[in-house]
Ligand binder design. Structure first.
Ligand code: IMP
Length: 429
């Protein structure tokens, strides 16, 4: 039996929410393994809209266990608020169906402030982060001065951990001419909410191992996309975690030898939020059309997403990096009205042709796409649930994506509705 890892193969916002929701109905356990509340998944179930940021998508379904792994950075107040919000919509969340890794690192108010200070003072070098404190929290984790969930169990331990973190942060804040961050108020606030957080805290690696032994179906739910991976993405315009499929193992303590199906969610065109290179970006009518038909606004920050043509070179690259077994192609219907559709099949830079995106940001900004053009289908694909019913030109485009990226299409999504999906191969089978 396979466990499934879902990841985004572009810059995030590939439409993971719908696919993860559909897969989570088949899974027993749903695990988040990286990122934090910078992610945003919107689910619509029985007419009720759920906006999830930190909680795994399994949360809104009955009889599922949801897990927040050690690789996730957790803003404890954001978690409490989200749990409250879900409960107010009738979702049951308790110690039996939500597990939080005792080793997860906390996002604290000084991380959020540092994220904002940096973004506001970076000028042209700004990343366009979600300003949630994600980057500074991961820095503290690697810098070994982070406060983890388990540190909330003892006041004396929390006290010395806060000292270690604030020596660093206050030195930076002084240098940046910001007020000193006071330990006592934060410590008091953390101790106050500690019981609400600690009741979910468990050794996730152990629980996952038990679920695996019992043959439970486990779904690992990636956030963001591979092009935002801190190692493999368009650095420095990336998030601060590893978003590749292998992060599911380190971010949860689940061995990497589980039999996994890696599903790469891939949008039929490309979008990006925030700054950074985007070779196929269309700052024109085409981009506007994709944005309005695709409702391309961020779930977390409501920012308008930048839009462009499908970049086959980039997706082929991220598919190789993550070992993707199958693609779930999303938002095909957004392309319905176009006369012609372009796909980037190579790049050129300084007279040289490239079949991959070079790693340097300077090159990435300058590189020019080489396109192959496909005729549009000019009819509605919205809601189509069978491959045979798709217009011929849509099929040609889909097969071209499959051929070029060298990954099998496992499903095609033709509207935001869960049932409007053409299923070619089921990842859990
Ligand atoms: P951070 O993760 O808030 O540090 O932001 C770093 C970069 O990742 C920025 O370009 C954000 O717009 C982008 N980003 C973070 N989370 C998401 C997401 O869930 N979808 C799309 N982009 C994201």
């Amino acid at each position: 039996m396979k466990n499934v890892i879902v990841i985004g193969t572009q810059w995030g916002d590939e439409g993971k929410g719908k696919i993860v929701d559909w897969l989570s109905s088949e899974a027993d356990v749903v695990v988040r393994f990286q990122g934090g509340h910078n992610a945003g998944h919107t689910l619509v179930i029985d007419g009720i809209t759920y906006k999830l940021r930190l909680l795994p998508s399994g949360t809104v379904r009955k009889n599922k266990v949801s897990i927040i792994g050690n690789g996730v950075v957790v803003d404890p107040w954001a978690l409490i608020d989200e749990i409250k919000e879900m409960k107010s919509k009738g979702v049951e969340i308790n110690e039996n169906n939500l597990i939080l890794s005792e080793a997860a690192n906390l996002i604290l108010p000084y991380h959020k402030e540092m994220d904002e200070i940096r973004e506001d003072s970076a000028g042209k070098a700004k990343i366009g982060t979600t300003r949630r404190g994600i980057g500074p929290a991961y820095e503290d984790k690697v810098g070994r001065r982070s406060i983890r969930v388990m540190d909330l169990t003892s006041e004396s331990n929390l006290d010395s951990r806060l000292d270690a973190a604030l020596i660093h942060h206050n030195a930076l804040r002084k240098g940046l001419k910001k007020t000193i961050f006071k330990k006592d108020k934060l410590k008091k606030e953390l101790l106050k909410i500690a019981p609400e957080i600690l009741k979910f805290s468990q050794p996730v690696w152990k629980r996952l191992n038990e679920f695996k032994s019992k043959g439970k179906k486990i779904l690992f739910e990636g956030a963001q996309g591979i092009l935002l991976d801190v190692d493999h993405g368009t650095y420095p315009f990336v998030t601060s975690s590893n978003t590749v499929a292998s992060a599911a193992a380190t971010g949860s303590g689940f061995g990497s030898n589980g039999s996994n199906y890696i599903l790469g969610i891939t949008k039929a065109y490309t979008t990006r939020v925030g700054e950074g290179p985007f070779p196929t970006e269309q700052k024109n009518e085409i981009g506007n059309l994709l944005g309005s038909r695709g409702k391309e606004f961020g779930t977390v920050t409501s920012r308008k997403r930048r839009c462009g043509w499908f970049d086959g070179v980039l997706v082929r690259q991220t598919i190789k990096i993550s070992g993707v077994n199958g693609i779930a192609l999303t938002k095909l219907d957004v392309l319905d009205e176009l006369d012609e559709i372009k796909m980037c099949i190579a790049y050129k830079l300084n007279g040289k042709q490239y079949d991959y995106l070079p790693a340097g940001a300077e090159d990435q900004f300058k590189i020019e796409p080489i396109y192959e053009t496909f005729p549009g289908w000019k009819e509605s694909t919205k809601g189509i649930r069978n491959m045979e019913n798709l217009p011929n030109n849509a099929k040609k485009y889909i097969y071209a994506v499959e051929d070029f990226t060298e990954a099998k299409i496992s499903s095609i999504s033709t509207s935001p509705e869960r049932e409007d999906t053409i299923l070619v191969e089921s990842p859990f089978a």
